[in-house]
Design a protein around this ligand. Structure first.
Ligand code: 5AD
Ligand code: SF4
Length: 480
């Protein structure tokens, strides 16, 4: 264990003493709730926060009325910012009645000074603010914010960078049977619209031995599906300290290593940048049945002019050729994507070009976003911002195409049998359970909660746009 890791372990013990004292005065175990906005990376960070809170003695609940409430924020698009401030007002009012309670805000938004200033000015009841780079110091911060002498003081600790990666901190998984695993942090790509490189910092990879150890421990603990997480997994192991390359290797090597760990039934990864997806990666997917038949490959735009201004490092022909190569090698793979509409300077003809690419690739699903001006990014300073109505018109046009193609592609699998990892009881109909196929498509089928966490063979009876209604294949037992 490193000195940093020992420091944080000691802090968890001290925070634990404070939680015990609080427990005595309340006459019950104090509760904590972690609310996550944004991406898979934030969801994984929240599991670490919940793990630290649980190990300090809090009982983790899913209710914002908890004694310790923490918002893990996102700032990739504007509506995420708005959602936070909307929630905070209501919490402030409730907090007056519970002087022992604590409110923390962390994550990507806190890396931007304007948001921290706004909290200081208009939301003085927030007790703790920290950012993405010092998430691993949460035990020390928790200890400090629980100290009675700090009640009513706002603790603000936001770092502007870090080169440290802490291993061996606790985490509390949302699902017992699947888990995200960070393989790298940060991004060096600087797409001109994107705030991530500013709020998540430079690329840092974890050592492959640490990653493989974590996955082995997860497998021993009952995890069957892992999702390897990085802003651009294809940069894994690049830009590492000179002479230490061997401790990392390449992403395909790491992926193969993870897929070969006994007990791991399915491996996913997110996100793969099209500019540097190697043939070796495609070959690794092809040669491992338990690597998911799904590749999320953000296109962002199909117009070469816009791609250039976005600094994406590929053009539409290159993207199309890459998709063809992948489909030729792994025919059963489902391609999905992200697309931004309304980027500065985008014309209806540029949207046409994007729609053309969507029609050629035939994505199984696409996440479409209206461009959101993020202050501090190069594109925020571009003069030719697109009027909202023009962007909305393009967005609606694109969405219609995306939905039409996704529905057609989903329909093609109708009648086939696939293996579903059951995740939950269906939210709307308790007679159904919900799970995902290897290609990430959602399936709802009759079943009960005993199937959660199991792989089940299901016939895809009816395609419904982006999902299927299925039926468990007769006579088949759940496969573990
Ligand atoms: N505006 C709109 N969408 C954005 N994304 C990232 N930054 C912005 C922005 N400023 C989208 C991209 C990315 C996804 C995670 O979010 O499509 O792939
Ligand atoms: Fe943002 Fe581009 Fe990095 Fe993705 S690759 S996180 S879009 S800068």
């Amino acid at each position: 264990m490193t000195i940093d890791e020992q420091t944080q372990r000691d802090a968890i013990a001290r925070a634990g003493d404070r939680v015990r004292a609080l427990s005595l005065s309340l006459g019950r175990k104090p509760t904590a709730c972690v609310v996550t906005f944004g991406c898979q990376m934030n969801a994984r960070d929240s599991e670490k926060l919940a793990g630290i809170l649980e190990e300090s003695g809090f009982s983790i609940i899913d209710d914002e009325d908890a004694d310790f409430l923490i918002y893990n924020t996102c700032t990739v698009r504007e509506n995420a910012d708005k959602r936070l401030f909307g929630r905070l007002g209501a919490v402030g009012a409730r907090k007056k009645e519970k002087p022992w309670s604590r409110l923390a805000v962390c994550g990507c938004m806190m890396q931007e000074e304007l948001h921290v200033d706004r909290l200081k000015k208009s939301y003085p009841f927030v007790d703790l603010i920290f950012g993405t780079h010092n998430l691993f110091t949460f035990p020390s911060l928790l200890d400090a914010v629980l100290a009675p002498e700090n009640a009513g003081n706002m603790i603000v600790d936001v770092w502007d960078r870090t080169d440290r990666i802490l291993e061996h901190l606790p985490s509390k998984r949302k699902y017992p049977f699947k888990s995200g695993v960070n393989i790298m942090f940060g991004c060096d790509n600087f797409c001109t619209y994107c705030i991530v490189p500013y709020v998540r910092g430079r690329e840092r990879s974890r050592r492959s031995a640490d990653i493989l150890d974590e996955v082995r421990r997860l497998a021993d603990d009952g995890v069957r599906e892992v999702m390897l997480l990085g802003q651009n997994v294809n940069s894994y192991g690049k830009n590492v300290p000179a002479g230490e390359e061997a401790a990392y290797g390449s992403f395909p090597e790491l992926l193969a290593g993870v897929a070969e760990i006994p007990g791991i039934r399915r491996v996913r990864f997110m996100t793969s940048h099209p500019k540097d997806l190697s043939d070796e990666l495609v070959e690794t997917i092809r040669s491992h049945d338990n690597i998911a038949r799904h590749l999320h490959l953000p296109l962002q735009s199909g117009s070469d002019r816009i791609l250039k201004r976005m600094n994406r490092g590929y053009d539409s022909a290159g993207y199309l050729a890459l998709c063809e190569r992948i489909k030729a090698r792994v025919p059963d793979i489902a391609l999905t994507t992200d697309i931004i509409i309304g980027f500065p300077g985008e014309t209806p003809e540029d949207v046409d070009a994007t729609i053309d690419v969507v029609r050629s690739v035939r994505f199984r699903n696409a996440f479409t976003f209206l461009y959101s001006r993020r202050s501090g990014t190069p594109a925020a300073g571009f003069a030719d911002q697109v009027p909202k109505e023009t962007a909305q018109e393009g967005f609606d046009r694109l969405l219609r195409t995306v939905q039409e193609i996704a529905a057609e592609e989903t329909k093609k699998q109708e009648g086939s049998v696939g293996e579903v990892l059951v995740e939950s009881v269906n939210e709307n109909d308790a007679r159904l359970v919900t799970g995902r196929l290897s290609d990430n498509q959602l399936v709802h089928f009759p079943g009960d909660e005993t199937l959660i966490g199991q792989f089940v063979r299901v016939k895809l009876c009816e395609a419904k746009g982006f999902y299927y209604i299925g039926q468990r294949v007769q006579g088949s037992d759940a496969v573990h």
